[in-house]
Design a protein. Structure first.
Length: 302
């Protein structure tokens, strides 16, 4: 059968797949609000101030990458290693950078646990993670974690070498304030040198983040996605639409704003109170956004 005689369905089937999902899973992952993702009991014990579960990273990885061990996943703000854990479970290579020695140690501990104890989705048979977490990039099913600043990304990662980035940057200096939704105590990253979460000015904070993600853009392969978990912020009477402000900055440095997912976390907030009552009506924010940014193809016509 000639190319002209092939049906559209047959031609589409011969194209390279963007992932290995079946139709049912594809449909589930494509719904714009994710309400079924929870932190595991082990993850809750890690005491990270703003982590996402490995199950969330796994869903993004399985949505944007096909099966295979040749793909590289990056997290420049690795925290306690959720992205790295999910990537290793799904038999991807992974590299992370994390400024806090405390969180690096916790990530190491997670990567040395039997993977069956971790909450990533889509794997029926999970093997034990490597006994070392700092191993050469290019080794299938291996993870590299550097105790380093995201500003130093280009020292560790070659340009155009990464297939997917899944990360969550600092939420400005908001973690140094008491959480208003449920009155939980102040939690922060440690206020280390080079910690972006210590920048007081919002504009300077956005500019610093944009600089980091400009480097991420350089290490991504053309057409690769950068998935960024963020939350809008409020300081007293001023609301900061962090997700849209960051998306605008990233478009300025060269990303395409491909789409958006809402991560509904309402089940985690079990002690909500009526904010502003009775003088000012305020919204209890119990959701986060996942920005789906994309590096343009080399040839826009393809």
């Amino acid at each position: 059968m000639s190319e002209k005689e092939k049906s559209p369905k047959a031609a589409a089937g011969e194209r390279a797949r963007c992932n290995s999902l079946g139709g049912k899973r594809w449909l589930q992952n494509s719904i714009s609000v994710w309400s079924d993702l929870r932190k595991s009991p082990e993850e809750l014990q890690l005491k990270h101030p703003a982590m996402f579960p490995a199950a969330l990273a796994a869903r993004l990885i399985e949505s944007f990458l096909p099966a295979g061990t040749q793909h590289v996943v990056l997290d420049p703000f690795a925290g306690t290693g959720s992205t790295l854990v999910a990537a290793e479970q799904l038999e991807k290579q992974a590299i992370g950078l994390e400024l806090s020695p405390e969180f690096v140690a916790k990530a190491h501990g997670r990567l040395m646990l039997p993977q069956a104890a971790q909450p990533a989705e889509g794997k029926q048979s999970l093997r034990r993670a490597p006994r070392q977490s700092r191993l050469p990039l290019g080794n299938p099913q291996r993870v590299v974690l550097h105790n380093a600043s995201a500003h130093d990304l280009l020292k560790y990662v070659p340009e155009s070498s990464v297939d997917l980035c899944v990360t969550s940057p600092p939420y400005w200096d908001i973690l140094n304030q008491k959480r208003t939704a449920d009155s939980k105590a102040v939690r922060h990253y440690g206020n280390l040198e080079h910690d972006l979460g210590t920048i007081a000015d919002y504009g300077e904070f956005l500019a610093a983040l944009a600089a980091v993600f400009a480097d991420v853009l350089r290490v991504l392969k053309p057409g690769a996605h950068c998935c960024i978990v963020v939350m809008d912020l409020r300081k007293k009477n001023r609301f900061y639409p962090f997700h849209s402000d960051l998306a605008a900055k990233l478009q300025e440095v060269g990303y395409e704003f491909d789409d958006l997912v809402i991560w509904n976390r309402q089940s985690e907030y079990n002690n909500l109170r009526p904010l502003g009552y009775p003088a000012v009506f305020r919204i209890n924010k119990v959701h986060e956004f996942i920005l789906l940014m994309r590096k343009p193809d080399r040839d826009p016509a393809t």
